[in-house]
Design a protein. Sequence first.
Length: 427
Amino acid sequence: MTKFLLAASAALLAAPAMAENRIDRIRPDAPELAAHGAHVVGVTTMTFTRESVPDVARATEDGVEDYDREITVEVWYPAAEGTEPGGSYTALLRDGVTEVQLAGRAARDAEPAMEGEYPLVLVSHGYPGNRFLMSHLAENLATKGYVVASVDHPDSTYDDMGAFGSTLVNRPRDQAFVLERMAELEDGIGAITDGDTAAVIGYSMGGYGALIFSGAGLTEDFRISRYAPPQDLLEINAHGAETMADLPDARVKAVVAIGPWGRNRDAWDAEGLSAIDKPLMLIAGGVDDVSGYDAIRSIFEETTGTERHLLTFDDANHNAAAPMPAPEESWTVSESLGYAPFDHYADPVWDTVRMNNVTQHFVTAFLDLHLKGDAAKADYLDLVPDSADAVWDRAEDGTPNAADNYWAGFPNRTAKGLRFETRVAGE
């Protein structure tokens, strides 16, 4: 019996265990609003279908057929009191093959809260990506009283990545469609969803889509560029097109675009970007070489029709702010990719959990201000632009002295390597 137990123990130790990849970590030095809110949360998976839309990914110079575009959505929401917190998600890595387990706070298919209405937030991944890439942010916002719908965009996910033209055409249209479907829900989660008060958060190509969804039509040069699909299908998102007139949705009260792609390829010009009139927060790495940091700054400068903010992580690249911490399994070189998928999630300078916490803090302030009317949250967005210039000068009881202008919500010595700039409409 002893030999059997020893052999069994050895086998268990030798067997590969699936890692517990936590998405809900809050560092001790995190800014104030990164902390989880008071709500226990649930999560469920929904599917919606856009019927009879052009099959852009398979379009040719000879023609294009219509198809039904099935969209999977992961939805986080405030759950009923007494729900036991905690659960896991099964997600695919960047290689589109390897399954990983993500551990978080949400209870699968929990009963929704019994009362209250909560603003709706759409989350839109990059190319490629999936609905779990920003699960850390989605779950965090749900604890604070939001219903968060994170979209799997067909032709853009790790396991179905197709022709880029599909993403260019469909991304803002998917976002608008999912907003409409979520707002139409009546029972269950629909009963607690305030579909008339919404926000869109998009990363990379999700940011591209969010800017178009907000009214920034594409330039003619971009619509005839090498990126454009055949059959003039990109004309649906053209600046000045009739098909753009009804796309901006009055229900969307705020937009967050993280590392948005497009201005680096002249997808928009100043005229197109000036059409956006919704409060806008841009988030970027200071050395982003995918979307181009200078191009993101151009978006910040040219969206003159609205008040907007630009949060910069100095020396961070394109993975700034959005991706979840790299799952442990991603550290191994993938045979299909030829490199470790770790590179898809991590930044060589910044700790991902740190960036996630900073993003959670600022997005919470921004959404609470514009979706919940919490005027006090404006203080967290009224900052000395360069964190290096912020001065901590407080009495022993924490009361700020006259010289204190430290970033609101940041513990002493933690507002480092960051910039937060604001411009008002017309500027």
